[in-house]
Design a protein around this ligand. Structure first.
Ligand code: NMX
Ligand code: MLT
Length: 468
């Protein structure tokens, strides 16, 4: 019997491993002897350029679906129109970063400690190369990012020129624009760089930008909410850990939360507002700073990244009105009150996802492990039960389930980062990893200017009657 049990267990394990290895079959686990990130990319680019050429010549005329008037009027929902290499979103399963789901990333990417959360640098390596890095490679990249993390004085002065009451995203995006002064791409372009070399200064700008945005973001936090003093980086810490440290939070659990946070918010394929904006602006050969600042301005909208701010403010308004021990009935009434006043329930719904966002699920697991008794976490859990049936009842909401933003605020709040208006800045820091990784590939593959065709209502009325 014991023999059969162990055979069954072994075959279950084998099938789990083979499922995992199927989804990552093209990924390579790497040894510390492998090349550094820049050299790896240099080696990969000619292969990928050939691959793109082949796809164009062999599959260029393949149809990817019909474009309907509904799609044109309805925010291009369901219309495939972008090439985005770093991640792909499945409506039911959620995001896969270069083929790896979030639980797979948690298993495979190097962590700061045993069984810890993935290091965002490891994810950056994965996004850029499609390969899972070794711990040594990730440590090397952590150091490289720390070495690049020097922010010129005029960036702080540009932020200081704004009233301290300006929204944190306005201050952050202004800081990113000020970083642009050091763009190597812009300088190289002005000197006449050959287009085959565009990716090199784009890589430099991108790594510098990724390294510097946590410093700028931390300054914005200190300026608005603390005494305005800069907390210097700690050379013993990784990217996510250092970001938490520069914000003034050194609890080891908060460091782990920040690693998870930066990893899971980094990329969500190409069509979301921030990624798409970054890609569009970059397609005009705008440098990574200009492109990323534009992306941030999209992220700052309440239907996109600002939803994380809206969620915590909304949860706090529930507590203000009904108290922490709000009953299910009170909660239902509050949700209906929100809907009846013409507002959305923040943190629920999605343009593509049709199930609970796995980024919500992994944050819930983090909460169950580290803060199961937190009253706001318990409220978030209650909302998971109460909100979806109500949204379903409305009859028009395509996805009643919670998204990434429904959960992040209560985790940050638990560790003392309670200033909800700041939350989208954290999302923005993380998104630099995804947007910049794809931007380097845009340049390496020589992707063209983005310029879709638009039409007028007149045009639709005149030309679509027959088709209808
Ligand atoms: N609360 C109330 N109404 C909603 C919600 C919601 N959470 N989600 C969708 N609807 C409404 C939506 O406003 C639309 O109404 P109308 O026809 O009157 O304009 C209708 O349902 C159909 O919308 P969908 O096709 O289901 O969703 P769509 O793809 O247009 O929008 C979101 C997706 C994410 C913008 C939408 O679900 C929403 O507004 N959610 C709340 C805000 C939010 O959490 N955003 C964060 C998304 C994740 N992120 O980080 O970016
Ligand atoms: C994102 O992470 O960008 C959001 O979930 C929105 C989206 O994917 O459209």
């Amino acid at each position: 019997m014991a023999f059969f049990r162990s055979v069954t267990a072994l075959s279950r394990l084998r099938s789990r491993v083979s499922n995992l290895s199927n989804s990552v079959r093209w990924l390579q686990m790497q040894s510390s002897a492998d090349l550094d990130l820049h050299s790896q990319l240099k080696e990969m680019i000619p292969e990928q350029q050939e691959r793109l050429k082949k796809v164009k010549s062999e599959l260029g005329k393949a149809q990817l679906g019909n474009i309907t008037v509904d799609m044109v009027i309805g925010g291009m929902r369901g219309m495939t129109g972008l090439l985005w290499e770093t991640s792909l979103l499945d409506p039911d399963e959620g995001i896969r970063f270069r083929g790896l789901s979030i639980p797979e990333c948690q298993k495979l990417l190097p962590a700061a400690k045993p069984d810890g959360e993935p290091l965002p640098e490891g994810l950056l390596w994965l996004l850029l190369t499609g390969k899972v890095p070794s711990k040594e490679q990730v440590d090397g990249l952590s150091k490289e990012l720390r070495d690049r993390a020097t922010v010129p004085d005029y960036v702080y002065k540009a932020i200081d020129a704004l009233p301290v009451t300006a929204h944190p995203m306005t201050q952050f995006a202004s800081g990113v624009m000020a970083l642009q002064v050091q763009s190597e791409f812009q300088e190289a372009y002005e000197k006449g760089i050959h287009k085959s070399k565009y990716w090199e200064p784009t890589y430099e700008d991108s790594l510098n930008l990724i390294a510097r945005v946590p410093v700028v973001a931390a300054y914005v936090y200190q300026r608005i909410y603390k005494d305005g003093k800069i907390i210097p980086k700690d050379d013993s810490l990784d990217y996510g850990g250092n970001f938490s440290h520069m914000l003034g939070f050194d609890d080891p659990k908060m460091l782990e939360l920040m690693r998870l946070y930066v990893t899971i918010h980094s990329d969500h394929e190409g069509g979301n507002v921030s990624a798409h904006t970054g890609h569009l602006v970059a397609s005009a050969l705008s440098d990574p700073y200009l492109s990323f600042a534009a992306a941030l301005n999209g992220l700052a909208g309440p239907l996109h990244g600002l939803a994380n701010q809206e969620v915590l403010l909304w949860i706090k308004s529930v507590v203000d009105e009904c108290g922490e021990n709000v009953t299910t009935e009170q909660l239902k009434d509050y949700v209906w009150k929100t809907l009846n006043s013409g507002k959305v329930v923040p943190g629920f719904g999605h343009g593509v996802l049709r199930k609970t966002d796995p980024r919500y699920t992994c944050q819930r697991e983090f909460a169950l492990k580290h803060l199961p008794d937190d009253p706001l976490f318990q409220l978030v859990s209650k909302l998971f039960e109460v909100v979806p049936p109500i949204l379903t009842k409305l009859g028009k909401v395509k996805n009643p389930w919670p998204n990434v933003d429904a959960h992040s605020g209560v985790l940050l709040n638990h560790f003392g980062l309670a200033e909800a208006r700041y939350y989208t800045v954290l999302f923005g820091v993380s998104r630099s990893l995804g947007i910049c990784s794809q931007l380097i590939w845009d340049r390496a593959l020589g992707l063209p200017l983005e310029r879709p065709k638009s039409v007028t209502l007149d045009w639709i009325e005149k030309n679509c009657k027959k088709a209808a």
